[in-house]
Design a protein around this ligand. Sequence first.
Ligand code: XMP
Length: 512
Amino acid sequence: MRARAVVLDFGAQYAQLICRRIREAGVYAEIWPWDAARADWDGPDVKALVLSGGPGSVYEPGAPACDPEALAGRPVLGICYGMQWMAKAFGGRVERASSGEYGRAEVEVLQPSPLFKGVDGRFPAWMSHGDAVLAPPPGFQVLARSDDTPVAAIGDEARRWYGVQFHPEVSHTPSGSRLIRNFLYEIAGLRPEWTPAAFVEEAVGRIRETVGPGRAIAALSGGVDSMVAAALVARAIGDRLTCIFVDHGLLRLGEADEVRRLAREALGREPVVVEAGPRFLVALAGVRDPEEKRRRIGRLFAEVFEEAVARHPAEFLVQGTLYPDVVESGRGKADVIKTHHNVGGLPEGLRLRLVEPLRDLFKDEVRRVGRELGLPEAALSRQPFPGPGLAVRIVGEVTPERLRRLRQADAVVREEVEREAARGGLDRARLWQYFAVLTGAESVGVKGDHRAYGEALAVRVVESVDAMTADWLALPEGLLRRLAERLTREVPGVTRVVYDITSKPPGTIEWE
Ligand code: XMP
């Protein structure tokens, strides 16, 4: 079994970030809840333990605490709350600090230690705590301090247990990744062996074991995740994988052909394309409520997909579930803001077993695995596109005419934004999504000498790292002008163009 570091989540905002930092250092890491049962610790090969931060106070009744036995014989790094919990659990003193420390602090190293190898004697670090360790537990030394936090790092070299009050995982602590690597390599003796090539080899082996001589179906959405998942399964079981692509008619201009072409290039096979556009239009006729639209699309998608599966017998269904979904779903769901429909979701009536080869990966790792598999860059760098497609970008009823209008407008937005990026006017790396929205607002315009009554179109261009938060991009004036000109001139029915300057939160990326 693969060696791993475990991030024990004490309710931190940053548990996923810690996990990603460890993986960036080439070590496989998982997030476990703080109350992981004793049995969980027995099986897997947990070579290092990171105790995350958390919002609680260690001295409050019911504060998150882990089984102290879990630390025995393992290298440990406690971060913020994690360090405070460790200090208290093993005989140190933790109290509310007279003044907490929030934001940037200057940390001064007091003792040489493998944790600070190669790190400057003074370095900036990001703090966010109201409690503080006043005295470390027996066996620990104070390794670092800051102006407001006399105990900023502690260590017990013999047991290989360390704690830092600051957050090494955030970018505001520039030495943080070095420190995490020191913990993993110097203290825990791990090696950077978690590479895309190692992952592919392991995943392919596991898929072969699961599927055996069986057959599998993969639903392609055109997105990166379903394509990479299918590519892994194709490598594992070859022709016994059938790819299905449901064209629900809510796709962008030329998209069905592009997915077909990418599938041929990336997977070496032609997907089964189910043309279901007219059925979706019928299901959406007269519907204006966004949630109702999503529900109808989701239901019909499941139906159409089931029909297709019935024509291609298989025992397994490939899904592109990612690690953040796995972690989130283990936690009890947050409020439903939107009912997300993920193409390839398992329709309830289907008796297929799931194969989820990407369950352990973050999005950026999926891209790297895709590259390792030799997938074309065009398949890996596509912008995210919602499962319900253009329907959630048409405020109000989805009619064939409005769909045509949006499709044409969207093509203009994509073309202009991509052209601007190609000539260096926009940083491609910052472009997360760029698209058009039909706002449903009618607006008066003048075309030639005539009064024209048409619809207001919104342009949305956002940057984001994970779609959880997003910000709009300040577009160059020339691009804004070209967009307004082309959209009003070339797209019949559009009389006005507005630029959406709402961040997420409070907005969402899509309009519906
Ligand atoms: P919101 O609008 O919630 O979107 O800020 C966050 C990200 O998710 C995409 N999105 C969806 N993706 N099925 C999907 O697979 C959906 O139903 C769906 N709705 C929104 C959206 O494009 C953005 O990237």
